[in-house]
Design a protein around this ligand. Structure first.
Ligand code: UDP
Length: 388
């Protein structure tokens, strides 16, 4: 297993419980991957090192699996958006519409108002901008999405896939909860502790500070790779584009903002959002506070790849790497980086569970395990559509 993040640990655990001995190599000195959390020494507050992570899922299977490794504390995620210097509830809901347009709406009136403002296109919206204007009309799209998206992705919104826009719901009610899944929670002791517990099995040994060497794979019956897919192939056809994030950690006393996450949609504000971490652990009490300003930029070779950019050129390059992965033997590619997709944590776990079972069955049956769990194109479509 290359990588001790959420995907790697999930798959390692399933395989270990099915009788396989697993060696995990992890280049960091701790498990957790991009979900890594740590307790800030100064304030005692639990911080998500790579930006805010909230577990949300409708899958009882994923939930039952994760509950074995952590106390999952129910949590309600609430988000605000600042645009034009004013603060609104997000996702766009009745209260947002009332405040933005300065008038009252019943749910039906709000829906009719949006429909009247929606841009009409002669074909289904082909990109993020068209999708936004078609769903919300120009004023809301420009207020809440245009500036934020330019900062987050660094490109014209018309170059981004329409599917990214569809991640954001619009509600004709006033439920402030950002996620409407049957389960929304934060692991009581953080993500790293949960993932460390997954890896705590007699058949799993973890080597920290170990780089993933393709040559190493020869010593094992099968390898599962959870790192960036282009890196595995030595970037032979070029680098896939990612956005990386810079986190500016600030500390103070009291409470900086009333909710965990505030998005800054105006282009004139350099950061995309501020996360205040004490809101994720309402069962803990801290007088101090820690909040993090997040800015996004192009990911260089030495940076941490966070969001796959997925412009048309990246998609064709990604397909080349995914086809090479598909044609490989002795290795399976699992998780967000290895499949060049944006995955919510519950989807990452669901896919890792499925991949590990497929690998176990193949190895037990004397067959070659699949290189990836699905046809790359098909998986991407399935994950996008099943989200909210
Ligand atoms: N987005 C936006 N304004 C917001 C929130 C989201 O324009 O206030 C856009 C932006 O392009 C973002 C995408 O919607 O990348 C998906 O948002 P989500 O909240 O799912 O992003 P994540 O929290 O995963 O970064």
């Amino acid at each position: 297993m290359i990588g001790a993040g959420l995907s790697g640990a999930t798959a390692a655990r399933v395989l270990a419980e099915r009788g396989f001995a697993i060696t995990v190599t992890e280049r960091e000195s701790h498990p957790g991957g991009h979900c890594h959390s740590y307790r800030d020494a100064e304030t005692g507050i639990m911080v998500h090192a790579h930006g805010p992570h909230i577990l949300h899922s409708d899958s009882s299977e994923v939930w039952a699996f994760l509950q074995r490794f952590a106390q999952l504390r129910p949590y309600r995620h609430t988000v605000r958006a600042v645009t034009g210097g004013r603060t609104y509830p997000l996702p766009i809901m009745l209260a947002t519409l009332r405040q933005f347009f300065g008038r009252d709406f019943t749910p039906d009136e709000a829906q009719a108002h949006l429909a009247a403002m929606a841009r009409q296109y002669p074909r289904p919206p082909a990109n993020f901008e068209e999708q936004g204007r078609a769903l919300l009309g120009d004023a809301l799209y420009e207020g809440f999405f245009d500036g934020y998206t330019r900062k987050q992705w660094g490109v014209e919104p018309c170059l981004l896939p329409a599917s990214t826009m569809r991640r954001i719901p619009v509600r004709f009610s006033d439920d402030l909860s950002y996620y409407h899944h049957s389960n929304v929670a934060i692991p009581e002791q953080g993500y790293t502790a949960m993932i460390a517990t997954m890896l705590d099995h007699p058949a799993i040994s973890v080597r920290y500070g170990a780089m993933a060497e393709p040559a190493l794979a020869a010593a094992f019956r099968h390898t599962i790779y959870t790192g960036p897919i282009d890196a595995w192939f030595g970037h032979r056809w070029g680098r896939l584009s990612y956005r990386t994030l810079d986190f500016e950690v600030l500390r103070g006393t009291g409470t900086f903002q009333d909710v965990a996450q505030v998005n800054y949609c105006d282009l004139s504000v350099p950061w995309t959002r501020i996360t205040e971490y004490k809101h994720f652990t309402p069962w803990e009490r801290q007088d101090a506070t820690l909040y993090v300003r997040e800015t996004s930029r192009a990911c260089g070779a030495a940076d941490i790849p966070y969001y796959p950019l997925r412009l048309a050129v990246d998609d064709s390059l990604a397909h080349r790497y995914l086809a090479a992965a598909h044609a490989s033997s002795g290795i399976s590619f699992v998780g967000r980086l290895a499949t060049y997709r944006y995955l919510d944590m519950d989807v990452a776990v669901a896919e890792a569970l499925m991949a590990a079972r497929g690998i176990a069955e193949a190895l037990n049956g004397g067959a070659a395990p699949p290189a990836s769990i699905d046809d790359p194109g098909a998986t991407s479509a399935k994950v996008q559509s099943g989200r909210r």
